[in-house]
Write a protein that binds this ligand. Sequence first.
Ligand SMILES: [Mn+2]
Length: 379
Amino acid sequence: MQRGVVAPDGVGGEQITGGELPVDQVDVRLSLPDRIIEQDLTLPQMLLRLGAPTWQRRRRGQPGSTALRLAVWSATLGAMEVHLVDGTYELFRQFFGQPPRPGADGAEVGAVRGVLRSLVGLLAGGATHVGVATDHVIESFRNDLWAGYKTGVGIDPRLAAQFPLLEEALTALGLVVWPMVELEADDALASAAEAAARDPAVDRVLLCTPDKDLAQCVVGTRVVQLDRRRDVVVDEDAVRSRFGVGPASIPDWLALVGDSADGFPGLPGWGRRSAAVVLGHYRHLEAVPDAVGEWDLAVRRSVRQAATLAATLAEARPAALLFRRLATLRVDPHLLGSVTELTWRGPTGAWEALCRRLRDPVLAERALALAERRQTAGA
Ligand SMILES: [Mn+2]
């Protein structure tokens, strides 16, 4: 695997490892892949497209951050990344973010078109291995475990009707799609992430969703979450600073705090902070003693109403364990065999007809041209 090298002016091929280095002293042309040069981007835009992990808004303007980003980026260049996209989230996001738009047959297609445009943008930005998970039906095995778990009831019919079209459209674009029925899209993302991370050729797995459920799948800087809307990468350190616990404790944390989006309440009185302090120490629910007198002294002192919380947990333990089961993503070892299955090789023969249904010839052309450029570059 070829690694990129960033060369400061006049010092050919030298790797930057730190220190201050103004952007205008770096000859980035030396090591950029063609796909990035073609687009005539500024350096920050290139870094963003290449997915340099530290390129986050909150770092902007920090002293030394340019050199740091360059060093990280040079390590990332040429690296193999796998993008696992939450199709359900993308469809909701586009539905509420795009004006309505009828397709050729009069049916609403605005959200599907928005997702396709967004994903063609992801490919144009350099993504090579992509899989998309959707909730073919919103209901899953979790609805049998808890009556209040989220269902498809109340979803705008103009949104619900676009799910089958989305799956068809993504397939036509040439992407791998996992339409989930018994398990949810979240479970598919967890399954694919685990399979991809096992492959030593993979440098980084990006779970493209801001959903906090997926924080349990984050591993170091190798399996991370990417919030595409805000351009924020969440690695294991970021999970810890956001939730106060590591990825392994996220299902326990969600069980105590609850998840209104998924439809379970958590335990009364327990909040983000108390869950973080208690699970930060004990990691899992089973390890938290029933009697507050047996709690670690520092933990007892740093949560308010410790006695009440301990009593609530002692009494509602079966419910807490059930909620944790709901919050725990289920890995299907057969979902993804090899990451090479996820290589994007361009649209299928159904693509142009599909874009005619969406009344979007520009999108059709963009994906076809991109595929052609890839083929030329790879030949
Ligand atoms: Mn979720």
